[in-house]
Design a protein. Structure first.
Length: 249
């Protein structure tokens, strides 16, 4: 019959076992943290494994769901609602619409081209009533009118269709989005100056904003100040904060 341990011996045995278990748990946690946060990725916006999964989802969406011939559902005017003002990043209070110009850097172009709203209104006008969807879970049927980004590109930046991406930035550079070129040239992607039958208001991005119904609202940048066509993936405000770059519906 084994010797019975004294209370002090039993306590010492359990304490040693607890320390061993705690050490194993700490080692497992440290290994998991190292996997999520590898040392060579310290400068990345979110842990590399999570970003890799977002990139995988993007590839699936681009290859299996997206198509120029797949149009977002449109609605009658009777369905239009009142879209909320959501997000004011890049909407500087001291902005003067009378001083606004659009800076355009085409692929291979030297000095940026400066355009005003009359230049854009020289393009064919397109109107659409779509369901504007926010990543927060709400949506509102909204009318937008303006010029197709594909028409804008063909006239003011011919040849830039070959670029991989488009960058759009507010005048004060406080907000910025990057778009994959296929989505940018989708027939329902508009550079819009009108919403719900009226010129854009300041809070909704006057004088010019993006309407890209194949993307969530975070990509529908308000008050565009600069457009650039480029080969490398541009900086994107919400991608840097943990959202996926593609942000497609």
């Amino acid at each position: 019959m084994p010797n019975k341990l004294t209370p002090e011996q039993e306590l010492s045995r359990r304490t040693r076992r607890g320390f061993i278990g705690l050490g194993a748990g700490a080692a497992a946690a440290a290994a998991g943290w190292k996997w999520l946060n590898p040392g060579d990725a310290a400068s990345e916006d979110i842990p590399r494994p999570l970003r890799s999964m977002l990139r995988f989802n993007e590839r699936v969406a681009r290859k299996t769901l997206f198509s120029d011939t797949h149009l977002v559902k449109t609605y009658p005017a009777s369905a239009i609602g009142k879209i909320k003002v959501n997000g004011d990043d890049g909407m500087d209070d001291d902005f003067d619409p009378d001083d606004w110009t659009l800076s355009l850097a085409g692929l291979g172009r030297g000095e940026p081209l400066k355009l005003d709203l009359d230049d854009l209104k020289s393009l064919p006008r397109h109107e659409q009533i779509i369901d504007f969807k926010c990543v927060e879970g709400w949506s509102t049927v909204t009318q937008f009118a303006g010029a197709r980004l594909s028409d804008f590109t063909a006239k003011f930046a011919p040849g830039s269709e070959k670029a991989g991406y488009i960058s759009m930035v507010t005048p004060g550079e406080g907000y910025y989005v990057g778009l994959d070129m296929p989505s940018a040239l989708h027939p329902q992607t508009l550079l819009a100056w009108e919403m719900n039958g009226e010129p854009l208001t300041d809070e909704h991005g006057a004088p010019l904003r993006l309407s890209i119904p194949v993307k969530y609202g975070i990509k529908n940048i308000k008050r565009i100040g600069r457009i650039a066509y480029q080969e490398k993936e541009p900086a994107d405000y919400w991608c840097e904060r943990g959202y996926d770059f593609y942000a497609g519906l």
